[in-house]
Design a protein around this ligand. Sequence first.
Ligand code: DX5
Ligand code: ZN
Length: 221
Amino acid sequence: MALYSYKLAPSVLSADFGDLRGAMDICKKGGAHWIHIDVMDNQFVPNLTIGPPVVKSLRKHTDKFLDVHMMVVNPEKLVEPFARAGADGITFHIEATDNPDEVISLIRSTGKQVGISLKPGTPLSAIEPYLDKVDLVLIMSVEPGFGGQGYLEGSSEKIKELKLRLNEMCLDRVIIEVDGGVKLNNMKEIVDAGADVLVAGSAVFGEQDPIQTIKDFYALI
Ligand code: DX5
Ligand code: ZN
């Protein structure tokens, strides 16, 4: 009997950008719950990736939950375009805006799931005023910008602290998502700490058999 229920969100950042339809197929065949889409603007992070037109195309090839992670400055400008493109959840960074309430309201007004994220160096106190207004907190366990980095020490403590705080605030409905350096050999520690959704990029798409790897993630615990 499984003691845990968590979702895996393969990150297409590590997929073949020339065959994103194939990546959707891999996620379907492996049985992944969500698909994680890393949006980078070369300002908030030093990398440039996916915009709303790509999400619109992906939407045609999957019925899975499209989890858009915006690593961009001025996130308010992109909320509606991503919502229209077919995102199911939209997450912004607390460090990227002076007006988190405005971004939260905007995402809320589109009817999409509202997510807030923080970098490894940002303390939980920075997002605490918004916890009762969001559906999801995305804890970055690497510096945002690139796939394939190692899981940062201290991330599991941060997850535990957030889990406790949400519990104290009677906000157990808020989903905890963890992003960066998640592998088959550390996922149990991360789920034990309190994660509900695990993002995995290189650990899935960097493998010879990504379909089997997704299944392995679900089989492990
Ligand atoms: C990094 C992105 C991650 C990335 C994770 O800024 O937010 O979603 O795809 O990649 P891995 O799982 O390889 O660390
Ligand atoms: Zn991400």
